[in-house]
Design a protein around this ligand. Structure first.
Ligand code: SAM
Length: 280
């Protein structure tokens, strides 16, 4: 037996009587065309370590091996998948970690550079992404399937209707790229929403995340209001500061680029006392 000759995923699910549990956000992908597209979009080099969160019945894991990756670690918290993952391990060099991904120290897994790939349950996407971004240099890239609206918001540029706090935080910390769209029908069972792959490549930055969160929260409380009645009232900003940032009092938050919000946060950081939760 080899990776190529393992039984189809549908048969594996039936044979092992695997059940898609709603509480663990389980929606499986069986189509290897879709799975391989996700793997290719990650752009990870074949010799790098790939950490897959939530392999379930192993579709994405098998697609990784089929695409030539050899250093693969899976983290799964539901024990019903252990036997299936061991069947993959019998034919390929797979490292299995049966643990909640929210408690894993990623810097201890394999050799760097480490790439994260996942068809994530939506309920753990935000805490996991936050952990990955805080892991700084330990993570080379993160390729995940998210609800399409969330991926779009993360990748949106200023001027877009969906540009907002999530876009600014994601793009201040990472290079963001949108990947393949995956319809709900591709999943078993099918969720009501459409998904889209997004790739985040963490980049070095010295912006204080806490300050950026604060500034964007103030700005986007009223995304269509001019900043003279929002930012300038709530934050210690002078007309000279605005000029230095190429802003005018009539700018609206949705028109301000990510780089200007970053510069604004850097300018305000010594004036606001928000603690020192800053990236190096
Ligand atoms: N990767 C498989 C696929 O694409 O068919 C399964 C994806 S399913 C949407 C999500 C998987 O994540 C499930 O296997 C679930 O048990 C697992 N999972 C959910 N929460 C987890 C957590 N906190 N840590 C590790 N795995 C988790």
């Amino acid at each position: 037996m080899s990776i190529e000759t393992l039984p189809p995923l549908r048969d594996i699910v039936a044979q092992h009587e695997l059940v898609a549990k709603k509480r663990h956000g389980q929606n499986f992908l069986f189509d290897f065309n879709v799975l391989k597209k996700i793997v290719r979009f990650s752009g990870a080099a074949k010799q790098d370590t790939v950490v897959e969160i939530g392999p379930g019945p192993g579709g994405l894991t098998r697609a990784l091996f089929l695409e030539g990756y050899q250093n693969i670690i899976v983290i799964e918290k539901d024990p019903q998948f252990l036997d299936v993952l061991r069947d993959i391990q019998a034919v390929a060099p797979l490292q299995i970690v049966m643990q909640d991904a929210l408690t894993v120290d990623f810097s201890q897994l394999g050799q760097g550079p480490r790439h994260i790939i996942a068809n994530l349950p939506y309920n753990i996407s935000t805490p996991l992404l936050t952990r990955f971004l805080n892991a700084k240099g330990d993570i080379a890239s993160i390729t995940v399937l998210l609800q399409k609206e969330v991926s779009e918001r993360m990748a949106a540029g200023h001027g877009s209707k969906v540009y907002g706090r999530l876009s600014i935080l994601a793009q201040a910390l990472c290079d963001v790229a949108l990947g393949p769209i995956v319809s709900g029908q591709a999943f078993v069972p099918p969720p009501k929403v459409t998904s889209q792959v997004i790739r985040l490549i963490p980049k070095p930055t010295d912006v204080c995340v806490k300050t950026l969160q604060h500034v964007t929260a103030v700005a986007f409380q009223a995304r269509r209001k001019m900043i003279q009645s929002t930012l300038m009232k709530a934050l210690p900003l002078t007309p000279e500061d605005l000029e230095a940032l190429n802003l005018t009092p009539s700018h609206r938050p949705e028109q301000i680029p990510v780089s200007t919000f970053v510069a604004l946060a850097q300018l305000l950081q010594p004036r606001l006392h928000l603690g020192n939760l800053c990236l190096p």
